[in-house]
Design a protein around this ligand. Structure first.
Ligand code: PHE
Length: 339
């Protein structure tokens, strides 16, 4: 290959190297050494000048000198823009540039549903109450008409801390705490975390959240309970949902019921989520059992009331169509960002 061709080849190779410099994060020094170093490509062309004929030599020399100055000018320009050298750094910071936006967080879906449920009941005149997550057998069971050997204790597998101290299995303990320290009438909701020693699966977790409601006054009726909860369901799931009450059993309410809403996924036609029934169970409720009033020194002849309790996770799963309860706890931002 003639020297002229080689000069041309080095020139175009240099241009290619320049282009890949930014994308591959290569260093200017590597290029400088490759072309202008003592054993670089330009130097090796000068060595070949020895074999060029006398007539051609001035012409070739000029072409080679041009190549050399071309390459060094371009490398110098690059070198001056290269701010990886610590001492030059400051000059290249543009203080007027807007900063990168901070990643925006989002409110956890459980908090969102909790807030929504709270706001519905606050509008109805309920106020907030809170109970302890570590509680005693008395508040979690005994005062709620669940004595020690009552089979209902098996319904809720309990984490015991000592013989009589436990992690509460439901927010119903707050009914007792509140009535013990307040005279009737009572109209509260009590949200909070509860714990159950259950196998972890898509449906159940060892901790979850509930919201409890308690209303005590003179002459409270089951019709008021139904009306309040029907209004609540329509506020949360939409005006079109229907509710139904099925007889059930809780030791602390009599009579007791479970409330279902018409399936919001299939519009009651029957799907996998409602197990083809057209209904979704959403809460437990009932009229406060006189035994509970006795435990808190309320006169059951004088006072009546209703109570209800529901799981927040279940509400959030239904509202957002989440199929695995564990997603609420593993902190995966890909999940959380969707709310
Ligand atoms: N505490 C009950 C549960 O955890 C729910 C409930 C609350 C039922 C209040 C009736 C009244 O299943």
């Amino acid at each position: 290959m003639s020297i002229t061709d080689q000069i041309q080849q080095v020139r175009s190779e240099f241009q290619t190297d320049l282009k890949s410099l930014s994308s591959e994060n290569g260093s200017v020094d590597t290029i400088r050494i490759k072309y202008l170093g003592r054993k670089g490509l330009v130097a090796s062309l000068f060595v070949q000048m020895g074999s060029v004929s006398k007539e051609e030599r001035p012409h070739m020399g000029q072409a080679l000198n041009e190549l050399k100055s071309e390459i060094s000018t371009q490398i110098d320009t690059l070198g001056s823009g290269d701010n990886s050298q610590g001492e030059n750094r400051e000059e290249f910071i543009d203080y007027t540039l807007p900063s990168d936006p901070l990643p925006a967080g989002s409110i956890h879906p459980l908090s969102q549903v909790m807030e929504e449920i709270k706001s519905i009941f606050l509008r109805l005149g309920f106020s907030m109450a809170y109970g302890p997550e570590i509680d005693t057998e008395f508040y979690n069971f005994e005062a709620l008409n669940i004595p020690r050997h009552h089979p209902a204790r098996d319904m809720q597998d309990t984490f015991y801390i000592s013989e009589s101290v436990l992690l509460r299995t439901h927010t119903s303990d707050t009914q007792i705490h509140f009535m013990e320290s307040h005279d009737p009438p009572v109209r509260i909701i009590a949200p909070g975390r509860v714990y159950r020693n259950e196998d972890i699966s898509v449906r159940s977790y060892c901790l979850f959240h509930q919201i409890e409601g308690l209303y005590v006054d003179k002459g409270v009726t089951f019709a008021e309970l139904k009306g309040t909860l029907d209004y609540f369901a329509k506020e949360l799931f939409g005006k079109k949902v229907k509710t139904r009450f099925r007889p059930s059993y809780f030791p602390f309410t009599e009579p007791s019921a479970e409330m279902d809403v018409s399936c919001i996924f299939c519009k009651s036609k029957g799907c996998n989520i409602c197990k083809k029934t057209g209904w979704l169970e959403i809460l437990g409720c009932g009229m406060v059992d006189p035994e509970v009033f006795k435990a808190v020194q309320y006169n059951p002849e004088k006072w009546t009331g209703y109570a209800f309790g529901m799981g927040i996770e279940r509400m959030a799963m239904l509202k957002y169509g989440v199929e695995d309860i564990r997603l609420f706890y593993n902190g995966d931002v890909r999940f959380l960002r969707q709310f």
